[in-house]
Design a protein around this ligand. Structure first.
Ligand code: NAD
Length: 446
């Protein structure tokens, strides 16, 4: 058997086993779902050492606790408004599991982007094939080894592998695909899903703008922006991608962010343990190529052998520059100057709709105006990244930054089918007289 055939067989076996397990109905009872969620909670607690990224641990823990607390309410029938003809009937929406869900994660927060949708998928009563990214090899391996010790192996298998394994997996029929990663692979996922009419959630990226208005407290704005941008070496899907500001505050922004970088990562970020690295050489080279041809205001040093790129700020960046054409996803922050909020809004609207939009200002009216006149997956005023910590806010993109949403109850809803239910009685037939033919003039009252 060729390796391609082996991969095909392996993909088929995993998905068929999950489907069979789903068809037994064992994932449906709420008590069973709660039990699996508790096991996932125990997994995060007992395996802290193996799962080395604290950010996602906390987020996932909050998601699980919320699901445990609210599942009964989320899964209950949701009564809806009735009309005159149905006043005596039962009319409600019943969330029900979709079936077998594929969760495909990206490498940048390998645990968070896999486990968070998993929580929603389990809560909704689905079987889930978990496909972590091969780029974050160690997390993927750990997930493959440890998750089956805590969760039902048939219902929630971990499937690992690279591009060709994933392509085989995508040929299988799923009832939903929940994908986190780049737009280019997102297109492939959607194409594969279309063959089976499988709905998709695509959590993609994009260039998230950050408009800093001159009226704001620049010191505070710069602290928050510097933190949001350089965390995880800029490899965060909702990191501010670039800054828009008036020319009059550009120097001050650069100076303030320079101070913050020194405070956060010392004079020598390369040897400082809290500063990260690019995930691999391919991404290292990609980001270095984006710096070329721009004016470096801060940073710029690099070391390919360590995939190290210093926190870098570029000033007076031209709109046509390559760094303004694609998502940076690295520790490089371009500043583009605009004449004010009008031009900032126009600039943002001329580009694809981003995953996040940040605006810094003391003026609430200006903030509301930016919100009203632009579009993005989410928008935050006067801070960065913190939107992900609020489970009640739907997280997801719009346009090229993705489709569908999750976190908290939104994950449960996204991975459920909202079934319309109408239960009538067989009595009161007289009320229905009008609808049956023949539609004579007498019957219609003409
Ligand atoms: P990646 O390369 O790890 O790919 C993501 C998934 O796609 C992996 O599971 C991988 O195995 C699979 N894959 C890769 N190439 C494939 C192919 N040719 N065919 C089939 N499957 C394939 O991750 P990435 O795409 O480099 O992730 C970075 C992107 O993800 C950024 O654009 C970032 O903004 C985005 N992202 C978005 C979110 C979000 O929540 N919206 C979160 C994290 C990352």
């Amino acid at each position: 058997m060729s390796s391609r055939e082996q991969q095909q067989q392996q993909a088929e076996v995993v998905v068929q086993r999950a489907r069979k397990a789903f068809q037994t109905g064992k994932s449906k009872p709420l008590e069973y779902r709660l039990h699996q969620l508790r096991s996932l909670q125990r997994f995060l607690k007992e395996r802290r050492q193996e799962i080395a990224d604290s950010v996602k641990k906390d987020l996932c823990k909050a998601e699980i606790s919320l699901a445990l607390e609210r599942l009964t309410t989320w899964a209950a029938p949701r009564p809806v408004e009735k009309n005159l003809l149905t006043v005596m009937d039962e009319v409600y929406v019943q969330p029900e599991p979709l079936g077998v869900v594929l969760v495909m994660g990206a490498w940048n927060y390998p645990w968070a982007v896999t486990l968070q949708p998993l929580v929603g998928a389990i809560a909704a009563g689905n079987a889930v094939v978990i496909k972590p990214s091969e780029v974050s090899f160690h997390s993927s391996k750990t997930m493959e080894e440890l998750l089956p010790l805590y969760l039902d192996k048939d219902l929630y298998p971990v499937y690992t592998g690279g591009v060709s394994e994933t392509q085989e997996l995508l040929k299988q029929r799923f009832d939903h695909i929940f994908y986190t990663g780049s737009g280019s692979v997102g297109r492939l996922v959607m194409e594969a899903a279309s063959r089976h009419l499988t709905p998709v959630t695509l959590e993609l990226g994009g260039k998230s703008p950050c408009y800093v208005h001159k009226d704001c407290d620049l010191k505070i704005a710069c602290r928050r922006i510097t933190w949001g941008k350089f965390l995880n070496c800029g490899q965060t899907c909702i990191a501010p991608d670039y800054i828009l500001c008036e020319p009059s505050i550009q120097d001050q922004l650069v100076e303030e962010m320079k101070k913050c970088l020194k405070e956060f990562y010392t004079d020598d970020p390369k040897t400082f343990e809290d500063y990260g690295r690019m995930v691999n050489q391919r991404h290292f080279r990609r980001v270095m190529a984006l710096i070329d041809g721009n004016t470096i205001a801060v940073g710029g040093d690099s070391d390919e052998s360590q995939c190290y790129i210093a926190p870098t700020i570029l000033r007076d960046v031209r709109v046509e520059s390559k760094v303004m054409q694609e998502e940076i996803f690295g520790p490089v922050l371009p500043i583009v100057t605009v004449s004010g909020v009008d031009e900032a809004i126009q600039f943002i609207n001329e580009k694809e709709k981003p995953l996040a939009l940040y605006v810094f200002s003391h003026d609430k009216k200006l903030i509301k105006r930016v919100i009203a006149e632009t579009s993005s997956g989410g928008v935050v005023a006067n801070d960065c990244l913190v939107q992900v910590t609020i489970c009640a806010l739907p997280f997801g993109g719009v346009g090229h930054s993705g489709m569908g949403r999750y976190h908290g109850q939104h994950s449960f809803d996204q991975l459920s089918h909202m079934r319309s239910c109408l239960i009538k009685k067989l009595g009161m037939e007289a009320l229905n007289g009008m609808r049956y033919p023949p539609h004579t003039a007498e019957k219609l009252g003409w």
